[in-house]
Design a protein around this ligand. Structure first.
Ligand SMILES: Nc1ncnc2c1ncn2[C@@H]1O[C@H](COP(=O)(O)OP(=O)(O)OP(=O)(O)O)[C@@H](O)[C@H]1O
Length: 446
């Protein structure tokens, strides 16, 4: 069966991305539009199984889209996303024929429920599929084997784990595996992207609120800590937490208690905390934008996911696995990758890591002909694009850390090239073994 396709209409890239990632994980394809005009254009050119639209769009509103869909005689269900507390608009939309509504900030569990109802997918089936695909942390390179054995170990205790690594390198996947292999696996795993929640709603999202405790608090609301009680709370992009909330989070971790807004009592919670960010949290501590005491609390155990470019040996296995999944989902035969294409992937820099590899292969699958994916089908960015992306910005980082980054990348790929044999790597780089060892240590690559 072909994957269902959803049209996501929102002008905020972060929310669009959050919705798309969640749907993709439910094995649902997505197309997105940032305006009403774009959405109409998409609807005219392709058929969809579901439409999720924000209420406020730069050139109109979600109600107009609901009207348009009705007027065109399209039968797809439409769900509107409304601002927190604007029940009246949600009701208006449903009166016009919208299937359901979601209020912001979007609760992913509610979103999944809504989507599976709209598409009549059984949640169990989705969850099972999700589990099957997500269980696989592929890669036989030394660093990946090391990560898998660390996951086995940390799953057995309760200590907070901080997962570092570049964007798309598999941090959330690792967090899920820790939960699944832990004694908490029967309870909830709640993943939350701290960068995607508006600051003013964060406290209520984390700790909940009592009805009437602020304008818009129309009923009691349970926070994420309580939702994860007995299970695991995964704070993705933890570096994005505002300082005021960092204080409250620290208290919740230390006391193992939370206090919903407007509530007098403290409520005990039993949550294992996992967190991740692609940013350099230690540096943020030095700069004063992340609290040191919180950093120590969440970083009891650190797992570092190496970037894909530093483990090019994993690329063939990942590629094969991803192509199989994509071909199956699209109901087509699994294409072969030409030797040149595989080599091009092994040489590529992958700033977006495994997620980027997935995207590249998805595009290649659509473009290839004759059952073979060639270099051209991969559409890899050229060196020039990369250089532009890597431009040094003195306002964002120091020259020293910029140069260190470049050195790290060069050393990692040289190590990979030489199968992590330091003697061979030193020779390859034309430096002494001692000098290589010194640099690896200095850059934290040992
Ligand atoms: N080793 C791996 N084996 C199989 N799939 C992987 C692996 N690493 C990552 N993936 C897949 O790549 C995608 C991105 O991974 P994930 O969402 O865990 O990355 P992330 O580091 O949390 O990204 P971000 O920093 O953007 O939140 C997911 O679909 C995940 O299943």
């Amino acid at each position: 069966m072909n994957m269902p396709v959803t049209l996501v209409v929102d002008d905020e890239p972060d929310i669009r991305e959050l919705l798309e990632i969640t749907l993709n994980r439910m094995q649902i394809q997505t197309r997105s539009a940032a305006t009403l005009a774009e959405a109409k254009h998409c609807l005219a050119n392709q058929s969809f199984d579901l439409c999720l639209t924000d209420m406020r769009l730069p050139d109109g509103d979600g109600l107009e889209l609901v009207d348009y869909i009705q007027a065109q005689g399209l039968t797809l269900p439409v769900a509107v996303i409304t601002a927190h507390g604007s029940m009246d608009i949600a009701i208006k939309a449903m009166k016009k024929g919208a299937f359901d509504f979601l209020s912001k900030p979007v609760d992913l569990a509610v979103l999944r429920q809504l989507v599976s109802h709209a598409l009549q997918i059984s949640l169990n089936r989705v969850a099972e599929k999700e589990r099957r695909t997500r269980d696989l942390l592929l890669g036989e390179s030394a660093p990946m084997r090391n990560i898998r054995s660390k996951i086995d170990k940390v799953a057995r205790n309760q200590a907070p784990v901080y997962i570092s690594g570049e964007s798309g390198s598999g941090k959330e996947l690792v967090a899920r595996l820790i939960h699944q292999q832990s004694p908490r696996s029967e309870k909830a795993f709640i993943a939350i992207n701290c960068g995607a929640i508006p600051h003013e709603l964060m406290e209520s999202e984390f700790f909940g609120h009592k009805k009437g405790s602020f304008t818009g608090a129309v009923s009691d609301k349970q926070g994420l800590f309580q939702a994860a009680d007995g299970g695991t709370l995964f704070l993705d992009e933890v570096a994005d937490l505002p300082l005021a909330l960092q204080v409250k989070l620290l208290r919740a971790i230390q006391e193992k208690k939370i206090r919903p807004i407007g509530e007098q009592r403290e409520i005990p919670v039993d949550v294992r905390l996992l967190s991740a960010t692609h940013r350099d949290l230690a540096k943020m501590v030095q700069e004063g934008s992340f609290r040191q005491d919180l950093y120590y609390r969440i970083n009891v155990i650190e797992l570092n996911l190496p970037p894909l470019r530093a483990r090019a040996a994993d690329i063939p296995q990942l590629t094969e696995h991803l192509l199989q999944g994509l071909a199956r989902a699209n109901g087509i035969a699994i294409p072969r990758l030409s030797d040149a294409a595989l080599n091009a992937l092994k040489q590529y820099y992958f700033p977006g890591n495994v997620r980027e590899l997935e995207n590249i292969l998805e595009r290649a699958l659509a473009l290839h002909e004759g059952g073979v994916i060639e270099v051209d089908d991969l559409n890899l960015p050229t060196g020039l694009d990369l250089a532009a992306a890597e431009d040094f910005d003195a306002e964002k980082m120091s020259l020293e850390s910029y140069l260190e980054d470049i050195e790290k990348k060069a050393l990692s790929s040289a190590l990979e090239e030489n199968r992590w044999n330091k003697t061979a790597t030193a020779k390859y780089l034309g430096m002494s073994f001692r000098s290589l060892r010194y640099r690896l240590k200095k850059l934290g690559l040992e």
